[in-house]
Design a protein around this ligand. Structure first.
Ligand code: HPA
Length: 246
């Protein structure tokens, strides 16, 4: 039975040590997921892999069908999700190519289909979201990082912006005052949708760049790609160690 899913973000559209043996197309009541689900094994444990932005990488963060992706994972029997995400660093620890396991979220997104509990069935449902990430999966990721000798920030607040544009310097300064340590565009509503369906969800964030205004000059795609190249290689090592102990 397949219980673990890895959602790959920018820079992780495939995993080197993963040889999928099956490909599943899933139709959902919410429309089509980003792409087919690849099913195989890592360290002899069953894994479902989904490329969040599609394959090829073509769906911008605000157009991802998060509801279809999460519904389909539940339908495939998944219980635990590790969401890999490229992010910008805000606070001093979050240097380019660094890894973080966030423990909190602030949601700045708007006009996304963000809930399974939209009231269509005549019910009003509120979920607890005090701790948006699974403490069990976070602890396992932190342990895996230590066993692989990788430096990670074991906590951090993920600020999720709407995108696809990057932020202004003033927006990043405001996010820092709000308490955000890192900024990305895909963490929400992915995290709350997983929680709404009772799935365990944790994020592995990879710093692609300093947030806007944190360095002189503009943020370039070349710089993002270079940092992700290093950061995602470490993320893949961490995932191997995580799967070995899973
Ligand atoms: N802002 C938002 N999302 C991001 C960034 C950023 O600077 N870098 C990578 N994803």
């Amino acid at each position: 039975m397949t219980t673990l899913a890895i959602i790959g973000g920018t820079g992780l559209s495939e995993l080197a040590a993963f040889n999928p043996t099956r490909r599943e197309t899933v139709d959902t009541p919410y429309g089509k997921p980003s792409t087919d689900f690849l099913i195989g094994e890592i360290q002899n444990k069953s894994v479902v892999f989904l490329a969040r932005h599609g394959n090829p990488h073509a769906i911008p963060p605000h157009k991802i069908n998060y509801r279809a992706n999460i519904w389909a994972l539940k339908h495939l029997g998944v219980q635990d999700i590790i969401a890999v995400a490229a992010v910008g660093g805000i606070t001093s620890e979050m240097v380019p190519a660094h890894l973080a396991i966030p423990d909190q979220i602030i949601d700045y997104t708007y006009s996304r289909e963000h809930t399974f509990f939209d009231g269509e069935d005549g019910n009003v449902t509120h979920i607890d979201f005090t701790y948006p990430y699974s403490q069990k999966l976070r602890a396992a990721l932190i342990t895996a990082a230590a066993s692989a000798n990788l430096q990670v920030s074991p906590i951090g607040t993920y600020g999720c912006t709407q995108g696809p544009r990057l932020e202004t310097a003033a927006e990043i300064a405001r996010m820092e005052r709000d308490g955000c340590d890192l900024v990305g565009m895909t963490g929400m509503p992915e995290a709350n949708l997983a929680k709404e369906l009772g799935l365990n969800y944790a994020a592995l964030a990879v710093m692609a760049n300093w947030g806007a205004g944190k360095t002189a000059g503009e943020i370039t795609m070349a710089e993002i790609e270079e940092n992700l190249h290093h950061g995602m290689a470490n993320a893949a090592i961490l995932l191997q160690a995580f799967m070995a102990a899973y």
